[in-house]
Design a protein around this ligand. Sequence first.
Ligand code: HEM
Length: 495
Amino acid sequence: MSTALPVEFSDIQGLARFGYKHHTEASFLLLRVRDRDAARRWLGAVPVSTAEAIEPPPDTALQVAFSSEGLRALGVADAIVDAFAADFVAGMGNDENRARRLGDVGTNEPSRWQWGGAGREPHVLLLLYALPGRLAEFRRRVGAECEGGFDLMADLSTSDLDGIEPFGFTDGISQPLLDWERRRAARDAERNDYSNLSCLGEYLLGYPNEYGGYTDRPLLDPALAGTQLPRAEDAPDRSDLGRNGSYLVLRQLRQDVHGFWQFVDRQAGGDAVRRERIASAMVGRGRDGVPLVGPADETIEGGGVPGDLNAFTYRSDPDGLRCPLGAHVRRSNPRNADLPAGTPGFLSWAKRTLGFDADALAHDLVASTRFHRLLRRGREYGPAVSPEQALAEAGGAEPGLHFICLNANIARQFEFVQNAWAMGLHFDGLPNESDPLLGTRLAAAGGTPTDGFSLPRGDGPGERIAGLPQFVTVLGGAYFFLPGIRALRFLATAH
Ligand code: HEM
């Protein structure tokens, strides 16, 4: 049993604990600082919703996050900004190398984005959540309040599609369970079985993560920080600017819903049952959210009540006969019980799963999925287009997803999942194919096509669909720091 200090919910922004499900209306404002003093005054006092549970839920909730450029624009000293993690400091869309790794190439290129990337980086992100009917007034009030200090760069509206993402699948089912009681022993070498319980330090800065370490964040001289900030757990002589904060990844992803259903329908030869089967295979769940792999055949820590659509691993389906190896959910969380039956040892599994060579892996235990979990907080936007509509119409306004996730280590969590698993062409030994939903389909080196999707079958040679179009296009993106409440007030005054 750990003797760790209790978590101070009053110092954590609510999004780390709640999805604001009751707050079905939301709007995300991207701001640039125009008048530094006015901006700081507003940020120093604005009421921000915390992770304390409030019943009944308040009418509205506001969350505030900063890009690294935004911190500089507010006058925070370079020495402080540069002490944040390198990926956050660099930003999402500012260099070619990162763009290549994230699949931000071709039509996803940052130079084509509507916002974000070099020269168009938002400074501040305001996330506004409201109970039904309450957003318009809240949006108007917040907009008026920050008019003095900021220019509005973009107002990302959202739609309430009732828990269904625009392609028509139930979303938001699988989430890690955060260890708020701090029960989980960090660095537990025995933990190679899939567990949904995840150390706080995977999402919140200033707490031990799954390695038993603390991720990068600025630790300040208390003489400089004053009494405002808490001391660092791992360095009690320093003030912890990161404590109770998180890194927030935002990507605006347009979904070609018409293209998706029309392609799947062509593959199915117009057969409705087959169409549904192919579409579900691409996701890894039915449209109702039921996992293709079937219910859990083992006990899973942090999950497992009957009917829980998240209580499963791929242990019983090593060859992807029920859930294809390349399905979106299998790629984005292979649940590390993904050990093929009879595989002798962790290294060979990791080699097979990640396409890494065994020597490199001997020094690198990242293969375990518990180091690559994401706390997803995205919201849909645009009109609802049903599969039937998508099949009947030639095309139309395409909706999408404002993908949001929280993590304490952008490189090891979001970037790894996006790069190695979603974009990876040899994930789990697959032949030159990427995520069926997210892939760019751009040819690999030497012109090798990457637009296939393999559907293994138990009763003969597997099926391979070719010619997948690109279904998802990146329209914008940025990395933000979602500070703890004390850190937010400190940043509003820091030099
Ligand atoms: C428009 C783009 C996307 C669509 C339509 C989409 C759709 C879905 C759907 C339908 C699910 C299943 C519901 C659930 O398990 O909660 C899911 C799960 C998931 N997605 Fe996505 N997604 C998109 C983008 C992304 C991106 C960019 C990432 C991360 C790089 C991501 C990571 C995940 C993860 C981690 C899960 C949970 C997997 C699990 O734990 O089993 N998704 N997504």
